[in-house]
Design a protein around this ligand. Structure first.
Ligand code: NAD
Ligand code: DAU
Length: 334
């Protein structure tokens, strides 16, 4: 099998390739990545020399390049995106270019070359926010994106579904909650907290900190994608979430401080994110029942392992930390 993985130098894409090469050593993977500020070749060092892996630096919006690569592909696994909500508030245009036009470009090429499967990696943010107490997102929840990032991902989902209904392109989609784990950029909440503490800084909590996310260990996500590609039904969407209990941002900060043996006085409240979604929660019954997926990694164990990874892998995050804090100087969340 020949896979084209887009965005394989990012957080989830690099974890996906690492998992896939180990599990399917006879498959070929081409990783197409533009190496934006979020793409790190250092996230691929441990597998980059494998014979069945090839890196191509390029933009998913480049029609010729994408056509040439998809010509030799059986399955596309599409991760590449501008993925950070705070950046989308500052500069929405690049989100529309990559997340919408880039996805459409890939869909066109996939159709032309009759590929076997186009898997789109999407987000629960397309559904908007939930009240603090109440139900969860399901596959039937209407789309209601509230940030430029979420709106661009929603457009990509709609396009992918349109290519299934209109042209019969074998599309599957996963909408997933907040991932955490190794190789996540230091601009995101959990790695930002850990690396702030490791550099003597405070944890920065937006607003009142009573915002709830559904935390999923990245390897559980990657296994879900594997199952959907293998056994998911064409044209179907699967929601994937990890939390066995709901924890707000402030509680997560305190868990991390406890594990790192630091006092609660390291918590600093900063300006809130505009349009900040209050709560995300996912009902994963469909993928659990139909594909037998379940999360294997509990938050309490894997948050500790994630902290341990950042403690041991300063070589990976120290060079990128300055850039992410520069962003927060602009948003005044410092
Ligand atoms: P990331 O920001 O860590 O990585 C994105 C990667 O895409 C980077 O390597 C970047 O260089 C590459 N890229 C960006 N624009 C590109 C372009 N025009 N052409 C080629 N490559 C480009 O993102 P992530 O957190 O790994 O997220 C991966 C996917 O999963 C995204 O589609 C995101 O929307 C989705 N998702 C993420 C989460 C999460 O918690 N991180 C949750 C649900 C869904
Ligand atoms: O839900 C899935 C989404 O999760 C993905 O689609 C996105 O790509 C991914 O970035 C993530 O979006 P969030 O906006 O939820 O993640 P982020 O890590 O930016 O923030 C998580 C929560 O923590 C959110 O409520 C904002 C808050 N936060 C974030 C940072 C960086 C803080 O309180 N302080 C911080 O320093």
């Amino acid at each position: 099998m020949r896979l084209l993985v887009t965005g394989g130098c990012g957080f989830i894409g690099s974890n996906f390739i690492r998992y896939w090469l180990k599990k399917y050593p006879d498959h070929q993977i081409v990783n197409l990545d533009k190496l934006t500020y979020a793409g790190h070749l250092s996230s691929t060092f441990d597998f980059s020399k494998q014979k069945n892996y090839r890196f191509v630096k390029g933009d998913i919006c480049n029609r010729k390049l994408v056509n040439d690569l998809i010509k030799e592909t059986d399955i596309v696994v599409h991760f590449a995106a501008e993925s950070h909500v705070d950046r989308s508030i500052l500069d929405p245009l690049v989100f529309v270019k990559t997340n919408v036009l880039g996805t459409q470009n890939l869909l066109d090429a996939a159709l032309k070359h009759k590929i076997k499967r186009f898997h789109l990696v999407s987000t629960d943010e397309v559904f908007g926010e939930l009240p603090l107490h109440g139900g969860k997102f399901t596959e039937q929840t209407p789309y209601n994106p509230r940030s430029p990032y979420a709106a661009s991902k929603a457009a990509a989902d709609h396009l992918a579904r349109a290519y299934f209904y209109t042209y019969g392109l074998p599309v599957t989609i996963t909408n997933t909650s907040n991932n955490y784990g190794p190789y996540q950029d230091t601009e995101k909440f959990i790695p930002r907290m850990i690396t702030n503490l490791l550099t003597g800084e405070n944890i920065k909590i937006y607003g009142d900190g009573k915002y709830v996310r559904d935390w999923l260990y990245v390897e559980d996500h990657v296994r879900a994608i594997d199952l959907v590609i293998k056994s998911g039904e064409e044209g179907e969407t699967y929601l994937v979430g990890g939390s066995d209990r709901e924890i707000n941002n402030l509680e997560i900060a305190k868990i991390i401080l406890r594990i790192m043996n630091l006092p609660d006085s390291k918590i600093q409240f900063v300006k809130d994110r505009p349009g900040h979604d209050r709560r995300y929660a996912i009902d994963s019954s469909k993928i659990r029942k139909q594909l037998n997926w379940e999360p294997l990694f509990s938050f309490d164990d894997y948050i500790a392992k994630t902290i341990d990874w950042y403690e041991k892998n300063r070589w990976w995050w120290e060079p990128i930390k300055k850039k992410s804090e520069k962003l927060y100087k602009k948003t005044m969340q410092i």
